[in-house]
Design a protein around this ligand. Structure first.
Ligand code: MGP
Length: 347
């Protein structure tokens, strides 16, 4: 089978030697090295970064191992909020160990695995609350980006940019779409830290509508060659932090200890398979079918307890789908389903 067009074109750019030179800069800087990034412009500060005092959280000392890093960050980087239009609440995007809500502390404790730039000097990545729980950890995003080398990739629900940033290192063109202005600003900020903001085309808008518009143009024959998309990456909302129990019928309350706050108890053998119907904003099959009208090459980031039969049934008999388990520090975090030529092609 012939190589995908983008994979061929990228052979040089993506060679391990070249990639060695373009690794995320913040990830490789020792903590004592001052940042080489230019400070945010005045416009950015005024428009997006509004310093405010953190909301006090009555919590004991954080269990984080890297207290030293936090202390430095606290001095240099004050908690900031993104201003929304009048009447709406402001959204914090720059949490500290003190301001992160108790519900999100487990994600804060993993922050250097989510973005390695957290272990470097400020500026540090920005995440809103949904960003904290839905970002793809960096090592997993690197792995997915390796598999998705292409000429043009669309990250349809880019969130705070964890995947889009890594795609910028392996794909010629990245289109990152998100319907939340705060999250898209976080993604841009984070991409700037990694030195790839200008290598990503940012789209503020509804991802499903973006696909529909693209499909209309394609099927009408008005899509320009440069607008063609080779790979679609889908990492939609799974329904919040309680996604593991999404397959449970609301009429049959669980008899397990799911109400406990102990993180380990959320993953019990009794968690039923996660149904594709629980994905947002559309049923996972409807979203997939729509995206396959853009390109056959789709990578789908899904819950670790996703119903694999439903995933297998997304394709017609004879077509292969490959499920990659995404493990980090000995724990299964998620799975990625690869379709089209992204799936391993066995001879
Ligand atoms: P998790 O299960 O909430 O965390 O999410 P963890 O650390 O495994 O918690 P534990 O208590 O089970 O140990 C695991 C990973 O799933 C996250 O790091 C995200 O990459 C991904 N993820 C979680 N959610 C709720 C979403 C989501 O809504 N959308 C997407 N795209 N990814 C998510």
């Amino acid at each position: 089978m012939s190589m995908r067009r983008g994979a061929k074109q990228n052979a040089l750019l993506n060679s391990p030697i070249v990639r060695g030179f373009i690794k995320p800069i913040m990830a490789t800087l020792p903590a004592s090295t001052p940042s080489t990034l230019p400070p945010p412009t005045r416009a950015e500060k005024e428009q997006f970064l509004i310093s405010t005092q953190p909301v006090a959280v009555a919590e004991g000392k954080d269990d984080d191992e890297e207290q030293g890093v936090e202390e430095e960050e606290e001095v240099l980087e004050r908690p900031q909020k993104k201003r929304r239009t009048e009447g709406e609440d402001e959204v914090v995007v720059n949490y500290t160990a003190e301001t992160i809500p108790a519900s999100h502390k487990k994600y804060w404790a993993q922050r250097t695995r989510l973005f390695s730039a957290f272990s470097g000097p400020p500026p540090h990545p920005h995440l809103d609350l949904a960003g904290w729980y839905s970002i793809t950890p960096e090592s997993i995003a690197v792995q997915i980006a390796e598999r998705c080398r292409s000429s043009t990739i669309v990250d349809l629900f880019c969130g705070v940019g964890g995947n889009a940033i890594q795609f910028a290192f392996t794909c010629e063109k990245v289109i990152a779409v998100d319907n939340d202005p705060t999250r898209l600003e976080c993604a841009k900020w984070n991409a700037r830290i990694y030195g790839v903001e200008d290598r990503i085309e940012w789209v503020l808008g509804d991802g499903v509508q973006w696909v529909k518009d693209h499909v209309n143009k394609k099927e009408e024959g008005t899509l320009k060659e440069e607008e063609e998309v080779e790979v679609m990456f889908l990492s939609p909302p799974w329904g919040g932090m309680e996604y593991l129990s999404a397959g449970r019928s609301p009429l049959k309350p669980t008899t397990t200890t799911a109400a406990t706050t102990d993180a380990d108890d959320t993953e019990t053998p009794l968690d039923p398979p996660y149904p594709l119907s629980a994905l947002q904003p559309l049923h996972g099959k409807t979203l997939f079918d729509l995206c396959r009208r853009v390109t056959p090459h789709v990578a789908y980031y899904l819950p670790r307890n996703v119903n694999l039969v439903e995933v297998a049934e997304l394709v017609k008999e004879g077509e292969k789908v490959e499920i990659e388990e995404e493990w980090m520090s000995g724990k299964l975090k998620a799975v990625t389903a690869y379709f089209g030529e992204l799936a391993v092609q066995k001879q």
